[in-house]
Design a binder for this molecule. Structure first.
Ligand code: SME
Length: 158
């Protein structure tokens, strides 16, 4: 697929509904993980204009920065640290309406106000990375984002 991404002018759920099949065809036929993560980060940024959207990959006992869109970010996060490290350790999606109220939040940017982190699983169910999205608005993410982003992350099974 080489055409431009079509972005719905509708609400959040409608945008995800239009985005998902396009992500599916973006990934179809390409096996390189970095290429696919890069395109998914760009598609999410183009659709929603998120402040920061990207991936961290598990390497040993750390998460290491992967493809992303947005300002420069911290490169390594220990398991159990910050929102990303906690989502990995607890193997669950974390919606954080106020990052300043999250114990141990790692502030890559002082402009970040709220955040969602979704674990990525391999075919054995192990976490191999996380999708991390930050907003410069408080409480930008809710159950709608969690449900759609979990579905999107299923497309990134390794
Ligand atoms: N805020 C994250 C760190 C990553 S940056 O936001 C890109 C955290 O606490 O896990």
């Amino acid at each position: 697929m080489a055409e431009d991404l079509h972005v719905s002018s509708g609400g959040k759920a409608e945008r995800y509904r239009v985005l998902l099949p396009q992500v599916r065809s973006l990934l179809a036929g390409e096996t390189d993980r970095v290429a696919n993560l890069a395109n998914v980060a760009a598609a999410l940024k183009t659709t929603f204009g998120f402040f920061w959207v990207g991936f961290y990959r598990v390497q040993g006992d750390e998460l290491v920065l992967g493809p992303f869109q947005g300002p420069v970010a911290c490169t390594r996060i220990a398991r159990g640290r910050g929102v990303c490290g906690t989502a990995w350790q607890e193997d669950r999606t974390l919606v954080v309406p106020d990052v300043d109220a999250f114990p141990g939040h790692i502030a890559c940017s002082s402009l970040s106000r709220s955040e969602i982190v979704v674990p990525l699983h391999d075919r054995e169910g192990r976490v191999w990375g996380v999708l991390d999205i930050d907003s410069d608005r408080p409480a930008a993410f809710d159950e709608t984002d969690a449900a759609w982003l979990e579905e999107l992350c299923m497309l990134l099974k390794d």
